[in-house]
Ligand binder design. Structure first.
Ligand code: NAD
Ligand code: MG
Length: 394
C-alpha cells in the first residue's frame, strides 16, 4: 500500500547510467518519491539540468571549483543548495530527512557516502558493488549496527534476492543448494583469445545487451564484473564461495537463479533494462511501473546457457582466489582493477594486461585483516600505488 507522505530519496551519482535510470523511475511516481539530493563528479552541466528539472534540496559535486561552476549555471533559477566534497556527500547520504539512498557512484569513491547512509540506518539501494567488494566485513558490520535495509540493485543480485524468501538469514535454512550467477560473457565471449590483446576501449565498451558506464563496461568485457559480482553475492547472501556458480547466458534475459534442495530452480527474467531492478528496490515489497516493456518470450525464441571460459577470462579466477584468500584480498583485487581499467581506457595498458596487472598486485600485496574502515582505505591506497608501478612496467 502506498504511504501518505512521499519517500525522500538521495541519488548518489545521479549523472551516471544508473543515476539517470533511477531519475527516470522516480519521475514516473511523483506522489510516491521526492528527491532530496543529487550528486555528480564532473558532469556539472548535466547536474544543473537535473536540478532545474527536479529542484532537489541539495546538489553535491566533488570539488569547490565545480560547486562554483554549478552555482553560476543555476543562477537564481532554483532553490537548490550546492555543497561539495566528502562532507557534502556524507551529509546528503545520512541527513535525518532522507529515507532512501541510491548508491550509484562508481568505484571506491562510493564507499564513504554509502557507509554513511548505512550507518545512519537508511534504506540503501546498492548499485555500487565496489564498495561492498572492497570493504565486505566492515560494510556488513555497519549494516547490522545501523539497522539499515540493503536492497541489491545489481541486476543479478536483485534477481537472486527476488528468488529467495524474505527475510533470508541463512541459505541452508531456506533450502538453497546453489546460486547460479548469470553473465552475458560480454562483447568478447566468442572473440579468438589471440586477438584479445589488441581490442580497443571503444570495442570493450560496446556491450551487446546493456548500456552502462565505461568502467563497468570494461569490467564486463574482462568478466571482472562477474568476478566482483561473485564476491558481492558471497557478502550479500552470506554464501560460501562453493555455493555460487557462474553461468554464461548470452541473451541477458535470465538475470540469475536460485537452485533449491528439492530440485526447483527459480529464475528472475526480464528485458535487460536496469529500471526493473531499480524500481524493485525502490518500491520493495510493492511493485511499481518501471517503464520497461514486458518480456516477449516467443519473440525472444531461445535462451542459451554455457560454462564460463576461465582461460580466456582470468579475472574470474582472480576474483575467486581473492575471496578464498579472504581478509583484504578482495580490497586489493578491486583497487588494482580500478587502476588497470583506467589505464586501459586511457590507452596505457593492453586489454589482456588488465588481468596480468591485477594478478601481479595480488601476489605482492601483503595479507591484511579488514578490521575497520581505516584499514580498508590503507590497503586500497597501497594496492593502487603498487598497481600504478605494475601498469607502468608492463
Ligand atoms: P557511470 O560512470 O555511468 O556513473 C558514475 C556516477 O558516479 C556519475 O554520476 C559520476 O559523476 C559519479 N562519480 C564518479 N566518480 C566519482 C567520484 N570520485 N566521486 C563522486 N562521484 C563520482 O557508472 P554506472 O554505470 O552508472 O555505474 C554506477 C555503479 O553501479 C557502479 O558501481 C557499477 O558497477 C554499478 N552498476 C551499474 C550497472 C549499469 O547498468 N550501469 C549495473 C549494475 C551495477
Ligand atoms: Mg550486474
Amino acid at each position: 500500500m502506498q504511504s501518505q507522505s512521499p519517500q525522500v530519496v538521495t541519488v548518489l551519482g545521479s549523472t551516471g547510467s544508473i543515476g539517470v535510470s533511477t531519475l527516470d523511475v522516480l519521475a514516473r511516481h511523483p506522489q510516491r518519491y521526492s528527491i532530496y539530493a543529487l550528486t555528480a563528479r564532473d558532469r556539472v552541466a548535466e547536474l544543473a539540468q537535473q536540478c532545474r528539472k527536479l529542484n532537489p534540496r541539495y546538489a553535491v559535486v566533488t570539488r569547490e571549483d565545480r560547486a562554483e561552476e554549478l552555482r553560476s549555471l543555476l543562477g537564481g533559477e532554483v532553490s537548490t543548495e550546492v555543497l561539495w566534497g566528502a562532507d557534502g556527500l556524507s551529509h546528503v547520504a545520512s541527513a535525518d530527512e532522507v529515507d532512501t539512498v541510491m548508491a550509484a557512484i562508481v568505484g571506491a569513491a562510493g564507499l564513504r557516502p554509502t557507509l554513511a547512509a548505512v550507518e545512519a540506518g537508511k534504506k540503501v539501494l546498492l548499485a555500487n558493488k565496489e564498495a561492498l567488494v572492497m570493504a565486505g566485513p566492515v560494510f556488513l558490520r555497519a549494516l547490522r549496527a545501523g539497522g539499515s535495509q540493503l536492497l541489491p540493485v545489481d541486476s543479478e543480485h536483485n534477481a537472486i534476492f527476488q528468488c529467495l524468501p524474505y527475510p533470508c538469514e541463512s541459505l541452508e535454512e531456506a533450502g538453497v543448494d546453489k546460486i547460479l550467477l548469470t553473465g552475458s560473457g560480454g562483447p568478447f565471449r566468442t572473440r579468438e583469445a589471440k586477438d584479445l590483446h589488441r581490442v580497443t576501449p571503444e570495442e570493450a565498451c560496446a556491450h551487446p545487451n546493456w548500456s552502462m558506464g565505461r568502467k563497468i563496461s570494461v569490467d564486463s568485457a574482462t568478466m571482472m564484473n562477474k568476478g566482483l559480482e561473485f564476491i558481492e553475492a558471497c557478502y550479500l547472501f552470506n554464501a560460501h564461495p562453493e555455493q555460487i556458480e557462474v553461468v554464461v547466458h548470452p541473451q541477458s534475459i535470465v538475470h540469475s537463479m536460485v537452485q533449491y534442495r528439492d530440485g526447483s530452480l527459480l529464475a528472475q527474467m526480464g528485458n535487460p533494462d536496469m529500471r526493473t531492478p531499480i524500481a524493485h528496490a525502490l518500491a520493495f515489497p510493492a511493485r511499481i511501473d518501471a517503464g520497461v516493456s514486458a518480456l516477449d518470450l516467443i519473440g525472444q525464441g531461445r535462451l542459451d546457457f554455457e560454462a564460463p571460459n576461465y582461460q580466456r577470462f582470468p579475472c574470474l579466477r582472480l576474483a575467486r582466489e581473492a575471496m578464498d584468500a579472504g581478509g583484504g584480498a578482495p580490497t586489493v583485487l578491486n583497487a588494482a582493477n580500478e587502476v588497470a581499467v583506467e589505464a586501459f581506457l586511457q590507452g596505457r595498458l593492453a586489454f589482456t594486461s588488465i588481468a596480468a596487472a591485477i594478478e601481479k598486485v595480488m601476489n605482492s600485496a601483503p595479507a591484511v585483516e579488514l578490521t575497520g574502515l581505516d584499514v580498508v582505505e590503507a590497503i586500497d591506497l597501497n594496492a593502487r600505488e603498487l598497481a600504478q608501478q605494475v601498469v607502468g612496467a608492463l
